[in-house]
Write a protein that binds this ligand. Structure first.
Ligand code: ACM
Ligand code: ZN
Length: 543
């Protein structure tokens, strides 16, 4: 019996030309990495990565990078790679090179092994993301590959922009912790380093705040949801609603879990707590936060709402500062986003508390009441070691020199910020709003507002109109996924991919963008999307 098993194994080894069963997946000969690396030098020959290839972690803090390599091992070979203490034939070596900048890396594949030198573990992580795209896409997820071929080459690479972000609106529709983690996996593949998490809005409060339990007990649930196009205020019998109560929130433990998962992927999480507008879920939970004290329902429709926080009352600041204190503890990153967009002043104008605040602070325009609030929150955050980000409305009136501006109503806000010495992130609706349709025609899902095809995303120049001196205030770019009409994770991926691959070329490869070459490369990337099971706008490649 033993004899027969041995003979069968030998026959199998002879068939594959290997010392055991399994298949060798050949490199497909096409070099196609997104975002486009700074330099690529192809060499003769190839390296065969196998489950027996050891990882040598010769760099402090690079354990998450080794775990990312383990995930590659799991996807290809069905098990993680093993660790070794010193470089040996066939090893994947991670090492620091102090000549390289923080997010830079040099990846060398030779017949003897893989060398990853990086300025920091983040750079090494990006080298692993590049490596994933050098492997045969079909091998991913197979779990039964014996060896995967990688062409010999040297890639030296670093990003053009230091901020590469994606925002998820978890308020209009809720995404589970597991879905958020799957999103973070997608972001990691695209070398995104910032996840902006929009956690509060009129239609739902999604983060547990221990001091104010009603925010999640009450403010996280709306009784129904508008499912057709929003008529902009005229809600009559022609509007269609899903009458199912809709809710969800993240406990503080879950928030910590997501933050840790992101950190493993060198992604910083920025929480957004909207103030003073987009506040109905908070006001519905604690009516004393509004100017009138009326009891509201959590909002069931979209667009801008007049019901905002009352900045006239001290109790409002006590509330928001207590909220931000808990938020600052939960998120170790440098930034807290306080929203600041689309805040009507209708209620303020009729409010005795707001009028009194205007007088006592010597304010002459109503928008200055928002400036006053923003500056006050910034002082509070700075005292806790955090920097404030706000949407570009916080520039109206005046803004402190230290606030960072997220430019969404075009790039004008970012340009103005840069000219006056404020840092800015470019996220204009015209190029970065992935809730807009990416195609037209039958079968396209209902989407918000505009039309944003992938070639337009690719064409974005975030530094247009700025001098070199002003450009250094542009930290980077961000895609925004507002979710009024994105109710599930499949749809979310569809809106994100492949547009994210186009935007990240602006963030990472701004000085070397080439649409035709991107088109060639994205065709290979989508095979990796297929292997990873991602949902994306497939039909855009049908022609
Ligand atoms: C926004 O889209 N209201 C920032
Ligand atoms: Zn008021």
């Amino acid at each position: 019996m033993r004899h027969i098993v041995l003979r069968a194994a030998l026959a199998c080894a002879a068939w594959w030309g290997l010392a055991g069963c399994g298949r060798t997946v050949p490199a497909d000969g096409e070099l196609a990495v997104i975002p486009q690396p700074a330099s690529v030098g192809l060499a003769e020959g190839s390296f065969l990565l196998s489950a027996r290839s050891p990882i040598v972690v010769g760099m402090e803090g690079a354990e998450p990078v080794a775990r990312a390599l383990d995930e590659v091992g799991e996807a290809l070979f069905g098990r993680p790679l093993r660790r070794a203490d010193s470089p040996a034939a066939g090893a994947v070596v991670l090492r620091r090179d102090t000549a390289l900048a923080g997010e830079a890396y040099a990846l060398t594949v030779s017949p003897e092994g893989i060398d990853i030198a990086a300025g920091s573990p983040a750079g090494a992580f990006y080298a692993v993301q590049t490596l994933r795209q050098l492997l045969p896409p079909e091998a991913f997820g197979a779990g039964d590959v014996r060896r995967a071929e990688i062409p010999c080459l040297t890639i030296v690479d670093e990003p053009c922009m230091r901020y590469r972000g994606v925002m998820l609106d978890a308020a209009r529709h809720f995404f589970t912790v597991d879905e958020v983690k799957r999103l973070l996996d997608i972001l990691a593949l695209h070398k995104i380093n910032t996840f902006h998490w929009h956690l509060t809005d009129d239609q739902g409060w999604r983060i547990e705040i221990r001091k104010y339990p009603r925010l999640t007990e009450f403010g996280s649930v709306r009784t129904r949801t508008l499912i057709g196009r929003d008529p902009g205020g005229e809600y009559d019998e022609t509007c269609r609603f899903d009458e199912t109560p809709y809710g969800g929130f993240y406990t503080q433990q879950e928030i910590r879990d997501v933050v840790a998962y992101a950190a493993e992927r060198f992604i910083t999480v920025i929480p957004e707590i909207e103030f003073p507008g987009h506040a109905v879920s908070a006001l519905a939970s604690y009516p004393w936060l509004g100017c009138t004290g009326e009891q509201y329902e959590v909002r069931q429709t979209w667009d801008i709402d007049d019901r905002v926080y009352c900045p006239g009352k001290e109790t409002t600041f006590e509330f928001i500062e207590n909220v931000l204190a808990e938020v600052a503890e939960l998120f170790p990153g440098p930034y807290v986003h306080i929203g600041g967009d689309e805040c009507p002043m209708t209620y303020w104008k009729g409010c005795p508390h707001c009028r009194a605040r205007m007088r006592s602070e010597g304010l002459t325009h109503w928008r200055q009441l928002q400036n006053y609030s923003t500056a006050r929150l910034e002082r509070f955050l700075n005292a806790r070691g955090k920097q404030l980000i706000g949407w570009d409305e916080i520039l109206e009136g005046e803004v402190t020199p230290t606030a960072t501006i997220m430019s969404w109503r075009g790039t004008e806000g970012g340009i103005r910020a840069a000219r006056q010495g404020n840092y800015a992130i470019m996220s204009p609706g015209t190029y970065c709003y992935f809730d807009h349709a990416q195609a037209v025609g039958e079968g396209e899902p209902l989407s918000w507002g505009g039309y944003l095809p992938v070639d337009k995303v690719y064409a974005f120049d975030p530094c247009a109109g700025l001098t070199p001196g002003e450009r250094r205030f542009i930290l980077g770019v961000q895609a925004n996924l507002w979710t009024e009409y994105i109710a599930d994770f499949d749809h979310l991926q569809y809106m994100l991919l492949p547009r994210l691959s186009a935007l990240v070329e602006t963030a990472w490869s701004l000085d070397r963008k080439d649409w035709d070459d991107y088109r060639r490369r994205v065709d290979r990337l989508r095979r990796l999307y297929d292997a990873c099971g991602y949902n994306y706008a497939r039909h855009l490649w049908a022609e």
